[in-house]
Design a protein around this ligand. Structure first.
Ligand code: NAP
Length: 240
């Protein structure tokens, strides 16, 4: 199995794409560290990983909290000794119905940036030292087409995804000539709670299933393509 012996940390793993990535990685042999705020749903996913025969650690954590992130990293390293793959997947959409910028509450704007940009930055910083020591690692920041298209109402979310793509490019430039790869991956429109909250009248049959999209993440971590580092990649183009 291609991920046998690897340890992956996936944020926002209690449902949607994060859950699907956790199960897909476990299916390929990885041990998993998972986080989300709500413990019950997170433990359900941990149970699914265990039933696949993989080791799993579920840590309830709000990625906005530096203390929660420190605890998540400490418990993960205590349990597994290292992290080979980090997926910064947890994300905050912002207020719904999606407000135009003229009405966008500043506190909500700040909240979205904390979850979608600052937390991935902190978590990457916390884990990069170990990856550099081993000279290997894969980091995936989950982005969106809102990063590159101006959709009305997607204010802070769009800004946050543009920022995570900028962060990814800078990390990649700084990590060039190391064994660490970092990518930004746009999963495309998926049938998840977030999509339902954003566009309640979307036709689910026209949306991708997170389980199918997760296969593109497996492909990315198991295929070495040096030219793709730092680039914005679309899951659909990675193959499923
Ligand atoms: N769905 C789409 O169509 C779509 C399209 C493009 C990009 N994306 C991106 O794909 C990724 C996954 O989206 P999704 O649709 O699967 O989202 P989702 O269904 O809303 O799931 C979000 C996950 O993140 C967790 N989470 C949210 N805030 C958190 C916080 N402050 N601390 C820790 N965990 C937190 C949630 O659990 P708790 O609530 O329990 O914390 C949940 O596990 C996101 O990065 C999103 O921006 C999605």
């Amino acid at each position: 199995m291609p991920l046998e012996g690897k340890v992956a940390l996936v944020t926002g793993a209690s449902r949607g794409l994060g859950r699907a990535i956790a199960l897909a990685f476990a299916g390929e042999g990885a041990a998993l560290a998972l986080c989300a705020r709500r413990e019950e749903a997170l433990q359900r996913v941990a149970g699914e990983v265990r039933r696949l025969g993989r080791r799993v650690l579920a840590v309830p954590a709000d990625v906005r909290s530096p203390r929660d992130l420190e605890r998540l990293v400490a418990l993960t390293l205590e349990r597994f000794g290292r992290v080979d793959i980090l997926v910064n997947n947890a994300s905050e959409l912002g207020p719904t119905p999606l407000p135009y910028l003229a009405d966008y509450p500043t506190a909500a704007f700040d909240d979205v940036l904390q979850v979608n940009v600052i937390a991935p930055f902190r978590l990457t910083q916390a884990l990069i030292g170990g990856m550099l020591l081993r000279d290997q690692g894969v980091i995936i920041n989950v982005t969106s087409d809102a990063a590159i298209t101006g959709y009305p109402g997607w204010g802070a979310y769009a800004v946050s995804k543009a920022a995570i793509e900028g962060l990814t490019r800078t990390w990649a430039a700084e990590l060039a000539h190391t064994g660490i790869r970092i990518h930004a991956v746009d999963p495309g429109d998926m049938d998840t709670d977030m999509h339902r909250a954003a566009i309640p009248d979307a036709d689910p049959s026209e949306l991708a299933r997170p389980d199918d999209v997760a296969r593109a993440f497996v492909r990315l971590v198991t295929t070495r393509d040096p030219d793709s580092a730092g680039r914005r990649l679309e899951a659909a183009a990675l193959g499923r």
